[in-house]
Design a protein around this ligand. Structure first.
Ligand SMILES: [Zn+2]
Length: 286
């Protein structure tokens, strides 16, 4: 908080602060996450495609509904910034804020990545995470956050006064422009708040500021998702590398990330179908 003249403390300040916190949503009423079905299906997966995202760059990939995709650490500790869209309609995209409210500041196995309004449905479900052992560290940090967002050249220019062209925002923009044949400016409008894959972040205990620390990810680690609908994904290899020192410059060692797309065995998802868009009438009271 900025320094201002302190307001008088009311006599009942302690009592007001003692109000009990309530989790905002009745998350036990969310539609079931089908994790057991996905666990059975992931026991027999076949490779469909793969791509390697070079350091300080971005790339797009498509995943059919009912398939899985994994993001692998290769060569060295590296953070990735992930965007997801409905492959048939880029206006439906990952909604990190609502995902945070429905799950937590950091996501792992069983959590879903929800789409923007009015769709508000799961785009993907996390089905495996080799870093799920990390939990919460002594600084309050966790892995795979939906509290920060992508590094971007605008903030960097505002704070540093220099142009840097390989921030995650730019990497995602170039990747989407190339994948969909869009002008840069149009592609940029579709780039959105990310899932910070493998990134270790939290809020400082004293000032509640967003912090990052060196990611515990190592080559061989991966996070796996089930695609609930046909997806277009974009992944940036953050110029911050393991995000243990800096970002938005070329000073940190950076490594590639590998994306693997896997299909389940025939019949293993019997009875499953993609979730429909949210059922609200959209009348908004009129
Ligand atoms: Zn970044």
């Amino acid at each position: 908080m900025s320094e201002t003249e302190n307001s008088p403390v009311p006599a009942d300040a302690d009592a007001r602060r003692a109000a009990k916190p309530l989790v905002c949503y009745q998350v036990d009423q969310l539609p079931p996450n089908n994790l057991e079905l996905y666990r059975q299906a992931r026991a027999d997966l076949s490779p469909v495609a793969e791509l390697v995202v070079p350091p300080r760059d971005g790339a797009c990939f498509e995943v059919a509904a009912g398939s899985f995709f994994r993001i692998h650490s290769v060569d060295g500790p590296q953070v990735g910034d992930l965007n997801l869209w409905n492959a048939a309609d880029l206006s439906e995209r990952f909604f990190s804020g609502k995902t945070r409210q429905l799950h937590a500041t950091h996501v792992s196995i069983g959590d879903r990545l929800w789409s923007s309004l009015p769709g508000l449905r799961p785009l993907a479900t996390i089905t495996h995470d080799t870093l799920d052992w990390y939990g919460w560290d002594d600084d309050g940090g966790g892995i795979h956050d939906v509290i920060g967002t992508r590094c971007d050249p605008y903030t960097n220019f505002m704070l540093q006064g220099v142009e840097y062209h390989h921030c995650c925002h730019s990497n995602l923009t170039r990747a989407l422009a190339a994948a969909r044949g869009l002008p840069l400016g149009e592609a940029e409008r579709h780039v959105h708040d990310v899932l910070n894959v493998f990134m270790c972040t939290g809020f400082t205990r004293d000032s509640h500021q967003y912090f990052m620390k060196a990611s515990p990810v190592r080559p061989g680690d991966y996070i796996e998702f089930f695609a609930e609908i046909d997806l277009l994904g974009a992944l940036s290899t953050c110029p911050g590398g393991d995000c243990g020192s800096s970002h938005s410059d070329d000073s940190t060692p950076c490594y590639p990330l590998r994306v693997e797309i896997l299909g389940p065995a025939e019949g293993s998802l019997a009875g499953w179908s993609p979730p429909p868009p949210n059922g609200y009438s959209r009348s908004h009271g009129l």
